[in-house]
Ligand binder design. Sequence first.
Ligand code: NAI
Length: 260
Amino acid sequence: MSGTRKVALVTGGRRGIGRAIAYALAGHGFDVVINDAVRDQNAQETLEGIASRGTQGVFVQGDIADLAAHERLIADVWDAFGPVSCMVNNAGVQTAFRGDMLNIPPESLDRLLDVNVRGTFFLTQRMARRMIAEPSDEPTHPDRSIIFISSGNAVIATPGQADYCISKAGIAMMSSLYALRLAEHGIAVHEIRPGIIKTDMTADVFDKYDGWVKARGFPQARWGEAEDIGRTVGVLAAGLLPYVTGGAYHVDGGMHIRRT
Ligand code: NAI
């Protein structure tokens, strides 16, 4: 147990955006519990990256879609460093079905809802109950937050990945709802909508997105880096933006702006 440092949980934190979030939080002085469904060398590297930034990391394996495992998962998180003051809901999956939405099979939507919506909602529910019951050591750690990583696709409709869009729109509403419910407990809730970020998730559509970047298809035409998301989470989690909750932050180079 670290005692005096703030504690964060990052789901899906072994690589990609989750790893960059973990590093940014470590930079802001958080000890970080990394959750992921997969434990591999990436996870080990992420823990080492946290340690090199001067705080501690612990890995807790678990599939957020497995509701029966949530009780143990949250208990393990608490056992690692004590009360959590920041939860980042980053774990998510992309559709395995890219194509005409008229042909999406039910199991594709089911999978996305299971992980992105159902798993995220109920893990957050369990975490929120515990954060309320066992607050972190205020006033040393007054800024508590829950941060959802949704997607630009929460509001930008892409028919070729319709089931993913539907699941991310669900997270946007989830964020608003938790912001309303948890304000009285001093927990701010934020939603971040990344644009196109260079990670393993976008590797199979690299050419399509790269063409869009090169054609200057959106205002700040470059690939997003995982660190762009990490830095935004760090600012919110550190409480550097006071008097805000329920906001949605587009970290996308202006991709969401409607144009004529
Ligand atoms: P990624 O695939 O590199 O990383 C996702 C991590 O989540 C993986 O380590 C994976 O094992 C873990 N994960 C997946 N399902 C899980 C489950 N059921 N339980 C626990 N862990 C699980 O993807 P990336 O790009 O880092 O994405 C992170 C988040 O950002 C996702 O929610 C994604 O939808 C979102 N996002 C990503 C964008 C991008 O362009 N890469 C754009 C917009 C949103």
